[in-house]
Design a binder for this molecule. Structure first.
Ligand SMILES: Nc1ncnc2c1ncn2[C@@H]1O[C@H](COP(=O)(O)OP(=O)(O)OP(=O)(O)O)[C@@H](O)[C@H]1O
Ligand SMILES: [Mg+2]
Length: 483
């Protein structure tokens, strides 16, 4: 009787991830929790089935190399006869099963996966992907033959271009480690509709899950604790509320203050006084969402976003494909019915691109025919960005120059999720869901304000010797002070 040698055994949280039966599972949060190791191991689950094909993706090739190295350390221990082909980045197992490593940085990279099927797809660092990229690979998640289990797995940390949709889909959609069901309506060839259900789950990671790492490197936690508060809360504690790279880190949404409006940007809706001016901002989109936002301006030039019309299918960053006339008709309907807009004069300002006519009538002209008029917005991106920052800044009494009605759900969802562009590091990454932000910029540029005296910048003040103050870790703003 021989005995089995333990090659790699999951730690308890990794085991919790590996044991899930849902179609999608996301293991995410703190850095160093053991997420990538678990993902690379998960791909091995069905390699005894000859026609099994697994795929593990990361966004860029250099990042992928790190994962392939993990596989080079792990796979031969379990399958000494498995062969790695360095040029095709794929493993072949004795049964004939394969596990492929792939990157997906550019739209053209999708072609690599076109027409192929993978029984298992694992995303490492899911927050580096857009929803489009993730959902594109759904279509490649099909069985290669009988008897395989077909499913998706993902791991990742807070922050990155996908922060917003990953947080909404997995982290805040329901309690952790609990199955969430998604309804999907399927149209059959004969026209009948069938409702199907798909399951998913979130497994939160913290660095404390990885005892092996902490044993090997007791200083690792200290390294994380020395980072800026936003980074530290994200990477050490797995906090999804703030993260490094977030453009509007000053954003506050505090339901407890919706009535007194202090230290919160989101507030309870109210009846707008008759003599406040009303603006309407517009960013056009067809396959991407369009965004219309209505704003009221009070006598201190403070802006209130009072109503929104966002052309999104329900899937992040996917447009409803309405023709300009239909958007205009919907605007007219809302302005006729909303008690805060009825009978008011509304000043429209839009992305200047809607005036372009490529041989056919421009979007602006098509809307004009329906009685909806726009001025050309000022699309100076940097000036617009600064105007939004000036407006979000709180004065000493906790009052900002921009408030948002709690009914503007899409604004509240997308604005805090915007991240900086990796190449143009001062600007917002336009790969994110930025249509509402763009429309807000046009309205802000029509109503420019000066920065608050003495409050141009909020700087992070932190004391590296004072990191253990329990509750503060969830309140990174306790560390902010104005200079
Ligand atoms: N079950 C395990 N047994 C032994 N070592 C492990 C185990 N799980 C993880 N480790 C080791 O801990 C370290 C961190 O693990 P891993 O890279 O999987 O973390 P991660 O959560 O993906 O981190 P990051 O957030 O930085 O991507 C690695 O060196 C890894 O090999
Ligand atoms: Mg990792």
């Amino acid at each position: 009787m021989g005995h089995k040698r333990v090659l790699w055994s999951p730690q308890p949280k990794q085991a919790a991830f590996l044991r899930r039966g849902e179609y999608e599972a996301f293991y995410g949060g703190a850095a160093g929790g053991g997420k990538s190791d678990a993902l690379v191991s998960e791909a091995l689950r069905q390699v005894h089935i000859p026609h099994y094909k697994g795929l593990i993706v990361r966004r860029t090739y250099p990042e992928l190399e790190e994962l392939m190295e993990k596989s080079l350390a792990l796979y031969p221990r379990a399958f000494p006869k498995a062969k790695f082909n360095a040029s095709s980045h794929s493993w072949r197992f004795p049964s004939g099963a394969r596990v492929l490593f792939g990157s997906m940085q550019h739209a053209k990279d999708r072609l690599k996966y076109q027409g192929r099927a993978f029984d298992f797809i694992g995303f490492d660092e899911l927050t580096h992907f857009t929803w489009d990229e993730y959902s594109y690979l759904f279509s490649r998640n099909r069985p290669n033959g009988p008897g395989t289990r077909v499913y998706m797995r993902a791991t990742g940390n807070p922050g990155g271009i996908g922060h917003g949709w990953v947080k909404a889909r997995f982290v805040t959609a329901g309690p952790p480690q609990t199955t969430l069901w998604e309804e999907v309506e399927v149209r059959l060839p004969d026209g009948r509709r069938e409702t199907h259900y798909r399951s998913r789950v979130f497994i939160p990671a913290t660095v404390f899950d990885n005892r092996k790492l902490l044993q090997n490197d007791p200083n690792y936690i200290d390294n994380l604790a020395l980072m800026s508060p936003a980074e530290r809360d994200a990477l050490l504690y797995g906090n999804w509320d703030t993260f490094a790279g977030q453009v509007f880190a000053e954003w506050q949404n505090d339901p407890a203050r919706y009535q007194d409006r202090i230290n919160t940007h989101v507030i309870a809706p109210f009846r707008v006084p008759e003599n406040w001016r009303i603006w309407r901002g517009f960013d056009w989109g067809y396959s991407r969402p369009f965004s219309v936002g209505w704003y009221a301006v009070d006598h201190d030039r403070r802006l209130y976003r009072i109503r929104e019309l966002y052309g999104c299918t329900g899937a992040p960053n996917q447009g409803v494909r309405w023709e300009p006339a239909r958007v205009a008709q919907e605007i007219r309907r809302i302005e006729a019915e909303d008690p805060n807009l009825k009978g008011r004069r509304v000043h429209g300002v839009a992305d200047p691109a809607i005036f372009n006519d490529a041989g056919t009538e421009s979007v602006a002209a098509l809307m004009e025919r329906q009685g909806v008029y726009w001025d050309r917005g000022d699309h100076d991106r940097m000036a617009g960005l600064m105007q939004v920052h000036h407006r979000l800044a709180f004065d000493d009494g906790g009052i900002p120059m921009l408030y948002v009605f709690s009914t503007c759900k899409h604004f509240i969802r997308t604005l805090p999720a915007l991240v900086y562009d990796e190449t143009d590091v001062e600007d917002v990454d336009t790969g994110g869901e930025d249509h509402i932000y763009d429309e807000l910029r046009y309205v802000c540029m029509e109503n420019p304000i000066a920065p608050r005296p003495g409050a141009q910048r909020r700087v992070v003040v932190w004391d590296p010797l004072d990191l253990e103050e329990g509750d503060r870790k969830l309140e990174p703003y306790a560390f902010y002070r104005r200079i």
